[in-house]
Write a protein that binds this ligand. Structure first.
Ligand code: UDX
Length: 469
């Protein structure tokens, strides 16, 4: 089993370190923030990630997982050193801030007294592997020490991070030293995943291209949703119909409020920035970002279409986090929506199962006044006296709400479903004025199971299988 150190205890670092220790390796996680390490040593995690707390506890108890602020202690005997610090957006529009990666590289150089493989997991601009190499080489306290650099981009989704680590679609490794990449590959062998070894620039690019492609799928379906809405089609069924084509796939074709979070917005911007800097004009990436921004506005437009002025209205917000199963508020659509509706004179009642504290912090950070926002304990509290409800984050618990009770407690029965969570016909039958994102109101089509020849087709023409032309 390997001796590993992981620098950075954010989402990526903590999940990577914990999962590697769970595979039997000796792992020490290093972070410069003392408070974070102190809490981790007391079993308190800085993030909400399902299953992680138990896994940390288990591996700490087994003596395989340690936390420290000391690089000297953390790098002792380490054969593999993962850099998993964050690369926030830089002050240069669209760029990635490399400060934390660079300082991690310097700290490694100052403590390293034996050969180690330095593995970059942070999302860094293409070419950063060379920068890490150069910083370590130029700052080595013992110039006789050798090291290798490997890029190993992460593809973890928040909320599914452990599952994604343990069952990756692929592990990408990039290095100019094949031997080093193969040694890292051996760490991942127990996962029985597809492992791809390539050069460092390509590995770094795979991360950006993957995230940009997924963001493109989202903006594409959001544009289609707008067209569907105008022409009377239902984007959910359109996405299902498209998804049966294996070349397309159904994933990431959920129309809604667009993408948020710590990765997609930042990575698409950074990739466009790299291309701009290289003298290119990446038209598609710019369109993807523009559509994503406009998508949030649509919700406010839907509200004003029905309510006219929002002055004096009470708008209920269901869900604040950028997506379900996380308390992460980075680039969450709820922030823009709250800012815009309160700017128009509305007050907000909001509820999120876990993101209340992070939402307050995020609102302060983005100078959104808390004066006109009431945080509620349940979705039912939000509905009480509201003029409209906006479903912003599709937490599972919102699926099973008693919608009759919700409607009866509202001042006006307006439901804007920003994530297409509910069935339009059911909501209309329940008495709501319902607006989804690109959903027509035609009858639900019937899908026969593959190869089912015994089922009879319903007789209505709307349900017959139509031929494409
Ligand atoms: C993403 C990538 O999936 C992951 O591989 C990468 O390492 C980090 O960024 P994450 O940010 O955790 O992960 O969220 P993800 O589940 O991918 O969703 C991203 C955003 O897209 C969310 O705001 C989500 O609501 C939105 N989304 C996703 C849609 O709007 N429609 C979809 O069909 C899918």
């Amino acid at each position: 089993m390997a001796v590993i150190s992981v620098i950075g205890t954010g989402y990526v670092g903590l999940v990577t370190g914990t999962c590697l220790s769970d595979m039997g390796n000796q792992v020490t996680c290093i972070d410069i923030v003392e408070e974070k390490i102190e809490k981790l040593n007391n079993g308190i995690l800085p993030i909400y990630e399902p299953g992680l707390e138990e896994m940390v506890e288990r591996n700490v108890a087994a003596g395989r997982l340690h936390f420290t602020t000391s690089y000297a202690e953390g790098l002792k005997n380490a054969e593999f050193i993962f850099i998993a610090v964050n690369t926030p957006p830089s002050s240069v529009a669209g760029g990635a801030d490399m400060r934390f990666v660079e300082s991690a590289a310097r700290m490694i150089a100052e403590e390293l007294d034996h050969y180690a493989i330095i593995i970059n997991k942070s999302t860094v601009p293409v070419g950063s592997g060379d920068i890490v190499s150069r910083i370590v080489r130029n700052n080595l306290k013992r110039p006789d020490v050798t090291f290798s650099v490997v890029s190993n981009p992460e593809f973890l989704r928040e909320g599914d991070a452990i599952k994604d680590f343990q069952n990756p679609d692929r592990v990408v490794l990039g290095s100019s030293e094949r031997d080093a990449a193969e040694k890292v590959a051996r760490l991942y062998l127990p996962l029985r995943a597809t492992i791809m070894i390539t050069d460092i620039y390509t590995a770094e690019m795979i991360k950006y291209a993957s995230n940009a492609f997924l963001a493109t799928k989202i903006s594409f379906i959001n544009e289609i949703a707008q067209i569907c809405e105008r022409l009377g089609a239902d984007v959910k069924e359109v996405a299902n119909g498209m998804g049966y084509d294996r070349r397309i796939g159904r994933d990431f074709l959920d129309a809604g409020l667009g993408y948020g979070g710590s990765c997609f917005p930042k990575d698409v911007r950074a990739l466009a920035h790299m291309a701009d800097e290289a003298g290119l004009h990446p038209q598609m990436l710019h369109a993807v970002m523009e559509i994503n921004h406009d998508q949030r506005r649509l919700v406010v437009n839907k509200l004003t279409d029905i309510l006219g002025s929002l002055r004096g209205c009470v708008i209920g917000i269901l869900g604040l986090a950028f997506k379900p199963n996380t308390d992460d508020m980075r680039e969450a659509p709820s922030l823009d929506i709250i800012r815009w509706v309160t700017a128009q004179g509305a007050t907000v009642r909001a509820y999120d199962p876990v993101a209340r504290e992070t939402a307050v912090e995020a609102m302060k950070l983005h100078s959104i006044s808390l004066d006109n926002v009431t945080f509620c304990e349940t979705a039912y509290d939000v509905a009480e006296g509201s003029d409209a409800l906006v479903l912003v984050t599709h937490w599972n618990e919102f699926k099973s709400l008693n919608m009759q009770r919700i409607r009866e407690s509202m001042r006006r029965p307006i439901l804007i479903d920003g994530r297409n969570m509910y069935e339009p016909s059911e909501m209309t039958n329940c008495g709501f004025i319902y607006r989804g994102m690109g959903r027509g109101s035609g009858p639900a089509p019937t899908i026969l199971p593959p190869g089912d020849t015994t089922s009879t087709l319903p007789s209505e023409p709307a349900l017959s299988l139509t031929e494409g032309d």
